[in-house]
Write a protein that binds this ligand. Structure first.
Ligand code: IVH
Length: 684
């Protein structure tokens, strides 16, 4: 070996050892240390070296292997046909190369028909059905041997225990992906944080950790879903194309992701890739790329497979959602209700196409659990419009003597006392509206679209108004008219914008008590609760005089909410603010307007059922907002159901609604209904 070869050999050995180590952490331990992107880079470098030095290729290399050997917690299952992995494509040229290899393999001159599907970021699952009955479920493991998890899998919503319909194969192995929808993942993590437990790093981890629980009742409590995307063994009449296979799966009651498309050649693949990438942030589940598969199953046979992956399919990856970077420091933000949130200042890094320099650490308990220190290399994650967050620390990269982050003993903005309330994780500044940070956040909330809806009062302008002393509290917003000239002189604010702003502020005087109560930002009072309070008391005066017990008499108001409302009303600073707001002329906020069923409560007295996964709202939000329109939200479809809202992977309720002739709408239609606050005319 010459010097260069020597160096390459050492690098190759190191890469193999690294890839093995990280694959094991990812697949077997569910505790990855590297971002997927960093792992993919190591893997790609190893592949390249092995291609350059074919004499060093060997069957033991991680480039020839799938996943990791299963642990010993579950019984072992030997797969009838190996469960393979997929080669990765990163750029358009890679797709061209993939297509060329397929055409060479098939000696084809024309365009190849592909089936393009989302690459779901979950856990591979094999479901074995005998005579249509679910007989055994297993993880992929190392591709030859996986773990038996039948009992766990039987608890997953939407996986049929018995297939139904015609021409069922005597033996059918369905392969697919178990995943945790983003809304379920967010809800789960929020609850974990409230309990002071370590949240899941990402939806894939959440799915894998939930599935591999020895106690199947734990799996049953997790919001897991499944999509079928392929098959292993199949005894019975075999379909001709992948598209037909998916259609049959669906007809037999198996959930199939409805984003699959049949496409032609490289152009078709790339157009699909772009279309899905554009939707990526709106999808209710995590997708890390797309998969192209030769559609014709006979052609697949001809192409065959390599040790680790088939020749007939490949994964075209999206920009990663997780990346690694270094923590430069930790700042503490003070929110509207005084909650102190540690936020990591980061060395700039591009995540999913956006450069991020900050990521939330959620709370000090989580910071301690994750043991984040200054100088640490961390994994950061940015998904959709969710705030970027620090997922975990790469312990092995910690510099010696990296300083820990102290828990604040006073508010970093006003210097006031902080406290951790009993049973709560959050640390809170107790100064209320006398803390400038809380004042600013209170104004931002007050003017926001769902509250007083004052258009043109953005973050930057609020900052400016506070800095210039034009506004100190909410009431000052309504005294800006005499300050017109000072406003117009503000940075980049012309006469026209000032006019618009003043008009928007004037219009906000028309809002009713429900909106006003929500806008005040009383803790625990969301939009729906504010509306219930407003309807019940009909005026501020009546609400102000209510006792805790009377408050508890309001629909959906329990002791916690009643206490918060009562405290708010009794608080001296709040009373002074209310008094100042009462001096403003022409305001309608103090009363609840008489509502007519057709305008503000189009769903009054009607029963609505939610099913499937929503991407833009959590279930609780959707429920609250539907209730705000007068609906009664129920868990099951019956003859009384007026409307079914079907998110992604809606399961059997959709069918039940269809057989009863109940109207079914999707998430887009729901959002439009919530915004319009009236039923579409075509429904009359
Ligand atoms: S097909 C032999 N289709 O990605 C081909 N896989 O790296 C088998 N995955 O373990 C895979 N979405 O769990 C296929 N639409 C999809 C997929 C998909 C996610 C996972 C699968 C596999 C891994 C391959």
């Amino acid at each position: 070996m010459n010097g260069e070869e020597q160096e390459a050999w050492q690098r190759l050995q190191w890469l193999r050892q690294q890839v093995r180590y990280h694959a094991d952490r990812y697949h077997r331990l569910d505790d990855p240390e590297l971002s997927d992107a960093a792992y993919d880079r190591l893997f790609a470098e190893l592949l390249q070296l092995e291609q350059r030095y074919p004499q060093w290729q060997n069957a033991d290399s991680p480039t020839q292997r799938v996943g990791a050997k299963p642990g010993s917690r579950f019984a072992e299952v030997r797969h009838g046909l190996p469960m393979l992995s997929l080669d990765n494509l990163f750029a358009a040229e890679d797709v061209v190369g993939f297509d060329r290899r397929i055409r060479e393999g098939l000696a084809s001159v024309g365009l190849v028909s592909y089936l393009a599907e989302p690459k779901l970021d979950g856990v591979a699952l094999s479901l074995l059905y005998r005579q249509g009955q679910l007989w055994r479920a297993a993880t992929r493991g190392d591709g030859s041997v996986g773990e038996e998890i039948t009992e766990q899998v039987k608890t997953i919503q939407g996986i049929p225990h018995q297939l139904t319909g015609a021409a069922l194969p005597t033996l059918l192995e369905v392969r697919g992906e178990v995943y945790m929808p983003l809304a379920g993942f967010a809800d789960w993590n929020e609850q974990a944080r409230e309990r002071g437990e370590k949240p899941f790093a990402n939806p894939r981890n959440a799915a894998s950790g939930s599935l591999r629980q020895l106690d199947a009742t734990i799996t049953a409590g997790r919001p897991l879903h499944f999509f079928a995307h392929g098959c292993g063994q199949w005894q019975g009449e075999y379909p001709e194309t992948h598209a037909q296979m998916l259609q049959r799966f669906q007809a037999w009651g198996l959930p199939v992701c409805d984003w699959w498309r049949a496409v032609e050649g490289v152009e078709g693949c790339l157009a699909y890739y772009q279309a899905l990438e554009q939707e990526r942030d709106r999808l209710p589940f995590e997708v890390d790329g797309v998969v192209y598969k030769v559609n014709c199953l006979a052609d697949r046979e001809r192409l065959g497979s390599l040790a680790r992956s088939p020749r007939w399919a490949a994964a075209h990856k999206f920009a990663p959602r997780e990346e690694q970077t270094v923590v430069l420091g930790v700042d503490v933000q003070v929110g509207r209700t005084g909650v102190l949130t540690p936020v990591a200042r980061l060395q700039a890094v591009a995540v999913g196409g956006v450069t991020i320099t900050n990521a939330t650490l959620h709370n000090f308990q989580e910071l301690a659990l994750k043991d984040v220190r200054i100088g640490d290399t961390v994994l950061v994650r940015r998904a959709g419009d969710v705030i970027p967050e620090v997922v975990s620390v790469v312990q092995s990269a910690r510099p010696p003597g990296a300083p820990t982050i102290p828990v604040p003993t006073s508010c970093p903005v006003c210097g006031g006392a902080v406290q951790q309330q009993e049973g709560k994780v959050a640390l809170r500044c107790l100064a209320g509206l006398s803390c400038p940070a809380q004042r600013k956040e209170a104004i931002k909330h007050f003017v926001s679209r769902r509250a007083m809806d004052i258009d043109g009062l953005g973050d930057r302008l609020i900052d400016l108004l506070l800095r210039e002393g034009l506004v100190e509290d909410l009431a000052d917003l309504f005294h800006l008219q005499p300050q017109r000239h000072r406003l117009a002189a503000l940075e980049r604010l012309g006469d026209k914008s000032v006019d618009n702003l003043l008009r928007a502020i004037e219009t906000a005087k028309q809002r009713h008590l429900g909106q006003f109560l929500f806008a005040l930002g009383i803790r625990e009072v969301g939009e729906a609760t504010a509306l219930n309070l407003a309807r019940h008391f009909a005026s501020w005066q009546a609400l102000q005089q209510a006792s805790r017990e009377e408050l508890q008499g309001v629909a959906e108001v329990g002791t916690v909410v009643a206490e918060q409302v009562w405290q708010f009303v009794q608080n001296g600073a709040n009373q002074r603010l209310i008094h100042r707001l009462q001096q403003i002329e022409g305001t309608h906020w103090w009363q609840m307007v008489a509502e007519t069923a057709s305008d503000s409560q189009p769903l009054a007295g009607k029963t609505v059922v939610l099913t499937g996964t929503l991407s833009q709202l959590t279930r609780q939000e959707a429920k609250a907002r539907l209730e705000g329109l007068g609906a009664r939200v129920s868990g099951s479809v019956s003859d009384r159901t007026f409307l079914l809202i079907a998110g992604a992977a809606p399961g059997s309720k959709r069918q039940q609604a269809a057989t009863r002739g109940i109207r079914v709408i999707d998430e887009e239609q729901l959002l439009s209904l919530l915004q319009q606050k009236r039923l579409p005319e075509s429904w009359q």
